[in-house]
Design a protein around this ligand. Structure first.
Ligand SMILES: Cc1cc2nc3c(=O)[nH]c(=O)nc-3n(C[C@H](O)[C@H](O)[C@H](O)COP(=O)(O)OP(=O)(O)OC[C@H]3O[C@@H](n4cnc5c(N)ncnc54)[C@H](O)[C@@H]3O)c2cc1C
Length: 403
């Protein structure tokens, strides 16, 4: 159990959140809703970081049960956004399929059993059943699929902005264009932050939610996660409106794709070829030509009618990849009352609502109850005890992160 904020009751605790991406805004919303005084600092604006570049798939298929639970609890938010958060998140229900060949068939069955135990609405379907649902899909190389009828995608900017607006309605203040230079500490505990012009902002606790920039804030405290900044790309292709498909994670071809409105398909790859570690402040934001060709080929393997789909637009972003490609969430071991939620490794959009709820509980009460975040704790990194899923898939080259 993490040390809770004991100086004040949760109704008046004064908490600083560093980072106004989708996760930081969710943490701020849940803290403010619980009655804390919250200030959010961002070196840019709201949604200035990687959240704006997200593919924003909202699916529950994970191989690690606690992560699936975060996705499942978050899915409830996406489907009931205006009631829970207010505003809009742009959620569109499309259905979702993970497709596997024989190599991964046993793993898929085991993972679906685990997911159903968590409560996720999912089932194993045969290639023939998948084809009945998805007549435009080629399924010759598919052994099995896991299907989620209620998954979909959202608008990452609208999602982040509505979380920020909801946090503000509960009294949270946002200091944008205000970089945090370092964490202030007194007597071994976080006492606030120092901004880039040397002003000290006091707080009872600080939560770093700074994506690929997180380690720069942790390094002076001897507590680096070891985040690697990996450039990842997504591209949008024009799709004839009569061609319909759901969201796919294609472990065979090694790609993911989803519809985007009625006439576009978004397709993405992570580490599909080796690249030097990226600088999140200075990286090539446009698509590479060879990426566009590679991802279209992989898309066409599943949806052959997309083989000549015209390229519309696209961009790159940065995955904040932790040593085991799973998020690090909880108390920072070297400094009391300092918390972190980072290293989401290319999958942190869809879990942001439940992550925010769980982090707020941890900060204010010392324990997270929406989802127990203990398995994601920082200690595992320091002790070299990496998260290993029992039924991790062998992925086709280029998917870019674990499931
Ligand atoms: C191309 C791409 C596709 C993706 N697709 C998906 C997907 O389909 N589904 C999914 O679930 N996830 C996806 N992800 C991952 C997901 O988008 C991220 O995990 C999520 O957006 C991370 O949010 P965040 O709030 O942690 O970080 P960010 O949005 O990066 O926010 C961090 C913020 O911290 C601020 N900051 C940093 N340092 C400082 C400082 N010193 N002082 C003040 N502010 C600071 C930054 O300005 C930034 O606004 C994708 C990511 C990429 C790049």
């Amino acid at each position: 159990m993490a040390e809770k904020v004991t100086q004040t009751s949760s109704s008046s605790a004064n908490i600083i959140v560093i980072g106004a991406g989708v996760v930081g805004c969710s943490v701020a919303f849940h803290l403010a809703r619980a009655g804390a005084r919250v200030r959010v600092f961002d070196k840019g604006g709201i949604c200035a970081g990687m959240s704006a570049r997200s593919g924003a798939l909202v699916r529950m298929h994970y191989t690690f049960a606690p992560e699936a639970e975060l996705a499942w609890k978050s899915h409830h938010y996406f489907r009931n956004w205006s009631d829970i958060v207010g505003g809009r998140c742009g959620f569109v229900e499309t259905g979702f399929a993970v497709v596997v060949d024989e190599r991964n068939a046993t793993r898929l069955r085991a993972n679906v059993a685990m997911l159903r135990g968590v409560g996720v609405d999912t089932e194993v379907v045969t290639a023939a059943e998948l084809h009945r649902r998805e007549p435009h899909a080629s399924v010759d190389d598919v052994a099995l699929a896991a299907f989620e009828p209620h998954s979909g995608y959202a608008d990452p900017v609208a999602t982040t902005e509505s979380l920020a607006a909801a946090a503000k309605r509960y009294g949270a203040e946002f200091s944008i264009d205000t970089p945090v230079a370092r964490i202030a500490s007194r007597g071994g505990h976080a006492s606030g932050v120092v901004d880039a012009v040397g002003r000290i902002h006091e707080a009872d606790a600080v939560c770093i939610v700074a994506g690929p920039w997180t380690d720069a804030l942790l390094a002076p405290l001897s507590a680096k996660i070891g985040i690697r900044s990996e450039r990842a790309q997504i591209a949008f292709f024009k799709r004839p409106s009569q061609i319909k498909h759901c969201i796919y994670i294609d472990t065979i071809a090694g790609s993911y794709f989803r519809p985007h409105g009625d006439d576009l398909t978004l397709a993405g790859l992570g580490g599909w070829k080796s690249e030097a570690e990226a600088n999140p402040d200075d990286f090539r934001e446009a698509n590479d030509d060879d990426f566009v060709a590679a991802v279209r080929t992989r898309l066409a393997r599943r949806i052959p009618a997309m083989a000549d789909a015209p390229y519309s637009r696209g961009h790159a972003g940065i995955y904040d990849v932790s040593p085991d490609a799973r998020a690090v969430m909880g108390a920072v071991p070297t400094v009391e009352r300092l918390f972190v939620a980072a290293g989401f490794s290319g999958t942190g959009f869809k879990t942001a609502p439940a992550v925010g709820a769980s982090m707020a509980e941890l900060i204010l009460t010392g324990a997270s109850t929406t989802v127990d975040l203990t398995p994601f704790g920082f200690e595992r990194i320091l002790r070299g005890r990496m998260i290993e899923s029992p039924h991790e898939y062998e992925m086709g080259a280029g998917f870019g992160h674990k499931l």
